[in-house]
Design a protein. Structure first.
Length: 208
């Protein structure tokens, strides 16, 4: 049991650390009766450009925090297990790109906080990567994401009372970019013998 727990923690270290960090920040705010909203992000406000790095760690309330925590752990588990060799890059790029894109396309009149952009980036990466790699196992994961977070597509539409749909859209776009950037990394389709033979013949021709 301890060995299994240690293995899970080792594989999912980054998503677990991230979730721990956002809960720590909220707990610090609660205990000290303070608010870190000044570290939010606001599109095209260069006084808040550092919010790119800080806004995912801030949440409005406990419900907001929980709703972002469990998807990060679930999606984090999928990415850490299946895309083990590039999982750290996926998380880092999701964290940075979602904020950068939000700073560009976000509402200049809104201060945004929360890790939902990271959630959307991770979900989008799993979804898109599964299709572009043309692997059955990864495609199944893509459909799993659609099934679990199918409603998240509505979160990217400018509907009444929609909470930072631009943040969700920014994360989704980030995930697509990451999937294409890392399309040649991580699990790749298996090559059949005839394909290997064709590659060898092509290589021989190139060197003649």
């Amino acid at each position: 049991m301890k060995k299994n727990l240690s293995h899970i923690i080792n594989i999912m270290f980054i998503p677990i650390l991230f979730v721990f960090a956002i809960w720590f920040v909220k707990g610090f705010e609660y205990i000290n009766e303070t608010d870190f909203r000044q570290f939010s992000i606001k599109a095209w406000d260069f006084n808040k450009i550092t919010g790119i790095f800080t806004f995912p760690f801030l949440h409005a309330d406990l419900n907001h925090l929980i709703n972002n925590s469990y998807p990060i752990l679930i999606l984090g588990g999928i990415i850490s297990q299946v895309y083990n060799t590039i999982s750290n890059k996926v998380f880092l790029y999701s964290y940075l790109l979602s904020g950068i894109i939000l700073f560009i396309i976000g509402n200049p009149n809104a201060n945004v906080i929360g890790a939902s952009g990271v959630v959307y980036a991770l979900a989008s990466f799993v979804l898109i990567s599964g299709f572009i790699k043309k692997q059955p196992r990864l495609s199944i994961l893509s459909f799993f994401v659609i099934f679990m977070y199918g409603s998240f597509f509505w979160g990217m539409l400018p509907m009444p009372n929609q909470v930072s749909w631009e943040g969700h859209l920014s994360g989704f776009i980030a995930g697509i970019i990451i999937a294409f950037l890392l399309r040649k990394k991580g699990p790749q389709p298996k090559k059949y013998l005839y394909e290997i033979e064709e590659d060898i013949e092509e290589l021989i021709k190139e060197n003649l």
